[in-house]
Write a new protein. Sequence first.
Length: 148
Amino acid sequence: MIGMIEAGVVELGPLQNLVDAVGQILLGLKQILTVLATEVFSAPVLPILVWSLFWLFAVDWTRLRQVILKGGWLGVVLVGVVMVIIWQQVVPEAEVVLGLEVNGYIEKMVYVTALFTVMFVCGAIQLTGCCARCCPAPVTEPDAGHDH
């Protein structure tokens, strides 16, 4: 026994098994978090996640909905068209989209439409009240009546 203590090795008995099990659990958790972080912080996932979080939590969709219904939808469409045109000028080569070889403008239009779809789905989720706990209640100011 004295030789084992001098060597620095101490048997803990059943407690050693528990310590080993906890160590294995922590090692497995580290591996899971590493794989998850690698996937989340990859190129296609992180920008879409940030885009979704912005439109879900940073935009007051009750006010934006009123603006869109009064004719602001035209501005949204024009912003989308300008996004497609500028993107095509910056990156003119076309790639395969959903297994199809399409024109560069069509490819960019598919991606911009997908971004707008995510944006409007986030707005619909916020308008249903699912995020009421996370989003502060917007302070709406009464209309001043400048309808002359």
